[in-house]
Design a protein around this ligand. Sequence first.
Ligand code: GLU
Length: 326
Amino acid sequence: MNADNQDTSVVHAGVVGRFAPSPSGRMHLGNIFSALIAWLSVRAANGRMVLRIEDLDPRCADPERAEQIMADLHWLGLDWDEGPIYQHDRLEVYRTAVTELQDRGLVYPCFCSRAELHAASAPHASDGTPMYAGTCRNLTPDEIAEKSRLRPAALRLRVPAEDDPAGTIAFSDCVFGDHSETLAHDCGDYLIRRSDGVFAYQLVVVVDDAEMGVTEVVRGHDLLSSVPRQIYLQRLLGYPEPAYAHVPMLVAPDGRRLSKREHDCDMGELKRTFGTPERLLGKLAHAAGLTEDDEPHSAAQLVDTFSWNTVRAHRNDIVIGEAFFA
Ligand code: GLU
């Protein structure tokens, strides 16, 4: 990701981006926007786009939902060069990564229930994940054996002590700039496999991005706080660090995040309201500051003028009000 890629004659043939939808429901305006920017960045750099379906959570297991997302991406004119790659086909790869971390003594079983985690009066990481208090960090083998009989364990990654520089992760986001987090202080030991056996997002995203050769991760601002946990795992597993660009959130006029619950912003409803992808993308590009007016534009028509500088200049929350749908 070139900080200033207005010069589209520069060919960054090595750029690899990705769409990584979780098919928990239909696409909505927020993830359409993230997908659009991810696609524009790759196409402006003559790069390669990978589609990965993040379907490990049982709520995402319905194959029809993934098909629907692909149909919606097609309708929008957002294509990809590789995939779909389904995470459910890759369990062995995740298992290997977890085993490597276990063999190095970096992982321990955690038996805390959700209620126990939330009851702990520890501070919360910025994404709302309870800061893990370390309850199961030093269990003896006997305690582990006894607890294992009662409930299945999750697996947590041991983060370095607060005064160990290895646990302070700094990076520069292409849109939001410099960030630094001390894992022991900001999130604590984090999950790499849930107690229901599902590999955790933080682990699989790192393994997949590395194995798929992803060089730039473009996604919503809500995932910015995950980056330090992902970089720490990349370092442990010897993976390269991709460039990160988090795009602003879309909000309702009252400042609330537009969520999947906002019926108007569901892809099915958007198709009915706007009729054509050009009308929808024209409005969206204008709301995001990418175009001067809100005239219809296809995704392909937005490539030539795409610039990260423009995204950066409009990084405040993007307000989607009545006028957007008019
Ligand atoms: N699967 C995640 C989502 O749909 C995105 C993960 C990522 O981009 O790292 O919200």
